[in-house]
Design a protein around this ligand. Structure first.
Ligand SMILES: [Ca+2]
Length: 249
């Protein structure tokens, strides 16, 4: 149907003082005044609303013994995350991760088996993030979560960061000291038990094979809508996760 300019102009003038006018009026006005809405999501984001995910109120377990990610997972971007041999694996995700479709409570314990096939290490978890977004540029400085990066930066650092994995407030442990068992580099192909937990509503702790690596005490704890999801992430290395257990505390 061809719009008549005078009817559209009238509709626009009538609705100009009604910023919250009814949908029908707004439809006519925007047909002439607003350009077509071309707002593709930024690279790495997805459309599904994480706020609608069910709350995690009982322990959750996933052994990934199936052929596809399934309905419990939301991958950011396309193609980087898949099930391989009963594990959830990613490669070259470029900080566009995969999120569990559950809303975490304030306090929870997250445990998972994690393996990197690469000498570069780079096992990455995100906790209490928004459940939907990923990196929008090369540098992942706009995360929504606490980021645990084990063997990051080509297996030179274990990091626990808040919102920005490069942030000056991040906790970091430099790897390679031969007589410090906490500072061993990740071995390619070796499976580690990684644990992230928050018990007191403000302190996030990162454990690797039952050794506490970092504790991040946060005066403004990430929680609630936008900060209530768990995910895995990756830059380039081929990484796999298995036997995920999430326990509300
Ligand atoms: Ca498995």
């Amino acid at each position: 149907m061809i719009a008549r300019p005078w009817t559209l102009a009238l509709a626009a003038s009538l609705t100009a003082c009604l910023p919250n006018g009814p949908p029908s009026a707004r439809t006519d006005a925007t047909a002439t005044k607003a350009p077509p809405r071309r707002r593709p999501p930024p690279a790495g984001s997805v459309q599904a609303p994480a706020a609608d995910d069910p709350p995690l109120t009982t322990p959750f377990f996933d052994d990934f013994e199936r052929g596809s990610l399934g309905p419990d997972w939301r991958a950011v971007g396309w193609g980087a995350w898949k099930i391989e041999g009963g594990r959830l694996c990613g490669r070259s995700a470029r900080n566009r991760g995969v999120w569990l479709r559950r809303r975490l409570p304030l306090d929870a314990r997250i445990e998972v088996d994690a393996t990197s096939s690469s000498p570069d290490g780079d096992l990455k978890l995100e906790a209490w993030g928004d459940g939907a977004s990923g990196a929008t540029s090369t540098s992942y400085t706009n995360a929504t979560s606490y980021l645990a990066v084990l063997g990051g930066w080509k297996n030179t650092l274990h990091v626990l960061a808040r919102l920005d994995e490069h942030g000056s407030d991040r906790k970091e442990l430099r790897l390679g000291a031969p007589d410090d068992p906490r500072a061993r580099k990740l071995e390619p192909g070796q499976t580690y038990r990684v644990k992230l937990e928050r018990l007191d509503g403000r302190t996030v702790s990162l454990w690797l094979d039952d050794v506490r690596i970092h504790a991040y005490e946060d005066e403004s704890p990430l929680s609630g809508p936008g900060h209530d999801h768990l995910g895995f992430n990756d830059w380039e290395a081929h990484v796999c996760f298995d036997n995920l257990r999430v326990t509300p505390l």
